[in-house]
Design a protein around this ligand. Structure first.
Ligand SMILES: Cc1cc2nc3c(=O)[nH]c(=O)nc-3n(C[C@H](O)[C@H](O)[C@H](O)COP(=O)(O)OP(=O)(O)OC[C@H]3O[C@@H](n4cnc5c(N)ncnc54)[C@H](O)[C@@H]3O)c2cc1C
Length: 476
């Protein structure tokens, strides 16, 4: 099959690039190795929309962070993705004022508005900072977003605008041909005039497949605690310590879905390692109280970890000098989530120009508002009426997060269908609550099995993660 452009990788970068490219008259295909988009770094990060004061001025990180922050809020609203511009604080003790001033200086050069606050002003924004915090750097433009829902939103909108997404399609070969590339993925071959490498942690190996620039990567794991939503009342903003050479440090933050997170650590490791260790979690236990007065590790409902890839000190973005029409956005570590929409704006313009494509006249910009039981009741609907229209509104599948069968069915039939238990979880929050799917998991499996017409034992948690191996008995 022949396309104008193939994107490799369906994280936040690949889906944002797909979204932007489908605004042009181009046939675009995204190839993703996993069985859903947002399956790697994009699902396991802090979900912070950074202000951009800490990036070294003049770098791609600084440029795209600041521009991304100004674009992302509009995208999140259009795509109906949970977000909140709650601001952020970098907190410091008496001896940390110089560090805050240095951050403010960098921010000023990059055009980021910040304010240095004393102890009293800091506590008016966040009463629960640690008792010896004397100053903070306040950035009102920072906030939080659901990272995986943003990627899913980009993919959904792109599909409605004519884009194509192939899941379970790991790219294993790329060959230069006349006027483009031949890409092998999932045992099939695809051709395109241009290719964009957005393969996240596999960015450098994918470059090697085609003979584009070779890069050495450093892989850094970050572990987190997720707390029950009862802790949300204690955290009003994103609280950072002063950054170090290893990164932005261990933060305390609300999530866009109403939980609280502590993390991440920064552990240098190998590609593919996302297993939290006891040492790393201990580091969180020791560090969180240094900036936050109300640590509640006993309210932890799960731990997770994400892996970032560093290539040198900056993002690598643009066309390869060695391979014509082979583009890349790799080494996209933090603040990659915030930067994604701005990176995608620039890359899509560059690619469209090279391919001589014009913008389409009519495209979908706003996705329909997702129907949830909570929203419908808030809008004044009566439960009786809803159940009369569709009995699935009366069946609560996830009791922790109050997710109904109707919402799960909608996710399974969305533009990019959710076909696994984890994919349903990312779209509806079924399984994200206190019991972590202990109750609703089997019900979600049954609904997926019924809606997709596949045997129950073929319903997976995610790629390679089987739940039911085989039937032990048949019930009449
Ligand atoms: C711990 C941590 C905390 C972070 N916190 C923040 C934050 O708060 N704010 C912020 O702005 N940024 C943050 N980031 C950075 C942000 O998460 C990343 O920059 C971003 O998710 C990278 O997106 P990506 O699309 O490049 O990579 P990914 O999300 O990893 O996506 C790459 C995709 O490519 C696919 N792929 C790989 N190889 C192939 C192949 N051969 N064929 C087909 N598909 C392939 C993978 O399956 C994957 O889905 C954080 C990162 C980490 C790890």
């Amino acid at each position: 099959m022949r396309y104008d452009c193939i994107i490799i990788g369906g994280g936040i970068i690949g889906t944002a690039v797909l979204d932007r490219l489908t605004a042009y008259r181009l046939n675009v295909l995204l190839l993703e190795a996993q069985d859903d988009v947002a399956s790697f770094a994009t699902r396991a990060n802090s979900g912070i929309v950074h202000a951009g004061y800490d990036c070294e001025p003049g770098t791609l990180k600084a440029k795209y962070n600041v521009r991304g922050n100004s674009v992302l809020w509009k995208d999140a609203e259009e795509l109906d993705v949970p977000n909140l511009k709650c601001g952020s604080l970098v907190v410091a003790r008496e001896d940390g004022l110089k560090g805050l001033e240095e951050l403010q200086r960098k921010g000023n050069i990059s055009g980021v508005k910040t304010e240095i606050l004393d102890a009293a002003a800091t506590r008016r924004i966040e009463p629960n900072v640690a008792s010896d915090i004397a100053y903070s750097l306040y950035a009102p433009s920072a906030g939080i977003v659901s990272p995986y829902q943003l990627a899913i939103g980009y993919a959904d909108r792109a599909i409605l605008n004519g884009g194509e997404v192939r899941l379970n399609s790991s790219v294993t070969a790329i060959e230069e041909i006349d006027n483009g590339y031949r890409v092998t993925a999932g045992g099939e071959m695809f051709e395109a005039r241009a290719v964009v490498n957005c393969a996240g942690n596999n960015g450098a190996p994918v470059n090697d497949l085609v003979g584009a620039e070779h890069y050495d990567s450093v892989y850094r794991r970050g572990d987190y605690f997720v707390l029950d939503n009862t802790e949300r009342k204690n955290v009003h903003t994103v609280i950072f310590p002063l950054p170090t050479a290893a990164g932005k440090g261990i933060l305390v933050a609300p999530t866009a879905d109403g939980n609280v997170i502590y993390g991440p650590t920064a552990v240098d490791t190998v590609n593919g390692d996302t297993a939290s260790t006891a040492d790393s979690l201990d580091a969180l236990r020791q560090n969180v109280p240094l900036s936050f007065d109300k640590p509640a590790f006993n309210k932890c409902i799960r731990v997770y970890s994400g892996l970032r890839t560093l290539i040198g000190h900056d993002f690598v973005i643009g066309e390869s000098k060695l391979c014509k029409n082979f583009f890349m956005a790799i080494g996209i570590c933090s603040p990659g989530l915030t930067s994604a929409p701005a990176i995608a704006d620039d890359l899509s313009q560059e690619i469209a120009k090279k391919l001589g494509a014009e913008r389409k006249k009519d495209i979908v910009t706003v996705l329909p508002r997702r129907k949830t039981l909570e929203r419908l009741l808030e809008d004044g609907k009566q439960l009786n009426e809803l159940v009369k229209e569709d009995p699935a509104w009366g069946r609560i599948v996830c009791r922790c997060e109050k997710v109904t069968e109707a919402e799960i069915i909608a996710a399974i039939h969305s533009p990019l269908p959710a076909t696994t238990v984890d994919a349903v979880k990312r779209r509806t929050r079924a399984g994200m609550g206190r019991c972590q799917g202990g109750f609703c998991g089997p019900r979600v499996m049954e609904i997926i099995s019924r809606e997709l017409g596949i045997p129950l034992e073929q319903v997976k948690k995610g790629l390679g993660a089987e739940i039911a191996r085989y039937r032990v008995k048949e019930v009449e």
